[in-house]
Structure formats: C-alpha cells, structure tokens
Ligand binder design. Structure first.
Ligand SMILES: [Zn+2]
Ligand SMILES: [Zn+2]
Length: 322
C-alpha cells in the first residue's frame, strides 16, 4: 500500500492512497515512511559514489526514488542504504505503463524496497523536480502479488489446458460414436431391406378375376391406397391372408416388413430372418468399452422387438366396413 501526500500549487494537501507497490523478493516486508528523495546525478541510482539530493536541513526520514535500469536492483538499494534511506522505491522503465515486476535483489536483503509503475514514478519525479516535497508511507498490504500471479497463471493455464483437452476428447468420442451408430444402423437397414426383398418374392401374387369376393363389394379396400379392388388388379397375399395391391404393398414391406392391418411380421412368418442369420451375413458388432468399465453400448442389428410404426394412424385400426 502506497500513500502519497504533498501540497499542490493552491496550497492544498493532496493525499493519495493505492495498492500499487510490490515488495522485492528479498525485501523486508515492513512499514516505512519518509520524504521522497532523488539522486543528485544519476536518476537510476547507480554507481559507487552516488549522492542523494539532501542537505543539513533535510528531514531525517527519507525514501530514495530511482528508476529501473543500468545496474542491478541490489546496487541501487545498497547505494541508497549507504546514504541512510529508510526505504527504496524503484519505478519501472519507460513504456511499461503501470506494470510492476517482482524484483530480485539477493545482495541487498532486508531493506524495505518496492517497485511502482512507470507512470506513477514519472508523476512523482515531476513533482520532486518542481521542488514539491512528497511524503510517502509504505504499508504492508494483503499478501498477493507477482508470486501469486505467476502461480495462479500457471495453475489456470494447466486447468484450462486440461479442460480444453477433455472437452475435445469428449467431442471426438461422441462424434465417432454417432458416426459408428449411424453406419451400423444403415448397414442393418440395408440388411433388413434385402431380407424383405427375399420375403416379398415368396409371397403369393394373384390377379383378381370376375367373381372373386374382393371384387364383388366396394367394402374390400386396399388398406394402403384406400381404393376398392377391380377385376384385373394384381394383389399380393401376405402370410396373414390380408391382401393388398402388389404395387402398394411392396414398397411398404421393404420399409416396414409388417402387414399394415394386423402388424404380422412377414420375415418371421416366412423364416427369412432365421435363414439369413444362418448364412452368417450379419455384420459384426463391435462393443466399445471403457477400461475397467462395463460395455458402453451395443447396437442390435435387427431390432425386431421394436413395434412397427405407421405414418398414417388409420393403419393401426381395422378399416371400418360400412
Ligand atoms: Zn392399393
Ligand atoms: Zn395382416
């Protein structure tokens, strides 16, 4: 904590307080107070024979203000201590704004030494050069600063890296999973279609003749196209004895493999499914597992347990005969 107080041109006392100084790595973390004083010659406070701007009438407690650069922090601090400074304030180099660094000064330990930003340093410098007396009080603030910053940055970077990596890995896993499922599903669909084709070939096909009961009444309708049967219509008889137009039922069976009226499964009824399984044409199933865990998923290739779905709800009920 840095507190500055001085008189401005209007003879008003200006008091400023900020959390803007950082103790050096080897500094005594302690309170210090005094009049800010510049070196007489080198503003960077270097050199063996450095002298500070003091005379017999100067107040006894003073704090050295020097700029960063030209020599080590230790040299600057030692030179100021030799002259009797209570503390040393080093302001950062040009172009660094108000940033500070965590000074290392192993050859000059146990001295109250802080770094302040360049802007603040230059501001004080101007006041001092105008002959203003600036008092500074250095107080120990809350324990944070470059040490914490560095390690926090470290910790945050690592945490960020882990989170990012985990997210990407998860995303890749999910995508691969979806792609795999889709492929298995498509393969299963193709398989079922070819089985349905085989089954369709085995179904009885009739051409309706005059005198057939289906043509006798308008009440006999093809449940797919809702049209009454006419003489000469080619119809397919399913294993459940329900009949439909051949042209109507074949695309339906390719997609759904069940009778639109009674939901009977033609693959099961004709035993086509069993046969194709025996021939070993089933595509292989890969079970993806996580080490030490249970099987994550297993995709059934022919989910015969799934009830048939209809786009048109009317197929789920017997057509009304009136
Ligand atoms: Zn029809
Ligand atoms: Zn049927």
């Amino acid at each position: 904590m840095v507190e500055l107080s001085y008189m401005n041109n209007q003879n008003e006392t200006i008091d400023r307080y900020c959390e803007c100084g950082v103790f050096g790595r080897n500094a005594a973390v302690d309170r210090a107070q005094g009049v800010l004083t510049l070196p007489r010659t080198d503003p960077k406070g270097c050199g063996q024979d450095l002298v500070y701007n003091r005379n017999a009438s100067s107040p006894p407690d003073w704090i050295a203000l020097v700029k960063r650069g030209n020599c080590t922090f230790s040299e600057k601090i030692l030179a100021a201590r030799r002259q009797g400074a209570a503390a040393v304030v080093i302001y950062n180099g040009d172009g660094t704004g108000n940033s500070t660094t965590h000074m290392s000064h192993p050859e000059a330990p146990n001295v109250v030494a802080i770094m302040i930003g360049n802007y603040q340093g230059m501001e004080i410098l101007k006041l001092l050069q105008n002959g203003t007396e600036v008092q500074m009080i250095i107080e120990v603030g809350s324990p944070h600063g470059p040490w914490m910053d560095t390690y926090w940055l470290y910790f945050l970077s690592i945490a960020f890296f882990i989170v990012t990596t985990a997210s990407i890995a998860y995303f890749v896993f999910i995508s691969a999973n979806r792609l795999y499922n889709l492929r298995v599903h498509r393969r299963a669909e193709r398989q079922l279609k070819s089985e349905a084709k085989k089954a369709i070939k085995r179904l009885e096909v009739r051409t309706l003749k005059r005198g057939d009961e289906e043509t006798a009444s308008e009440n006999f309708l093809c449940a797919v196209c809702i049209e009454p049967y006419k003489v000469g219509d080619v119809v397919t008889v399913l294993t459940c004895d329900h009949i439909f137009h051949k042209a109507c039922i074949e695309p339906w069976l390719l997609e759904r493999r069940t009778c639109p009226m009674c939901k009977c499964d033609i693959l099961k009824a004709l035993g086509v499914e069993e046969e194709s399984k025996d021939y070993g044409t089933r595509p292989e199933v890969t079970v993806v597992t996580v080490a030490g865990g249970d099987a994550m998923y297993e995709v059934p290739l022919t989910d015969t347990a799934r009830p048939p779905t209809y786009d048109d709800r009317s197929f789920e009920e017997e057509p009304t005969r009136g």
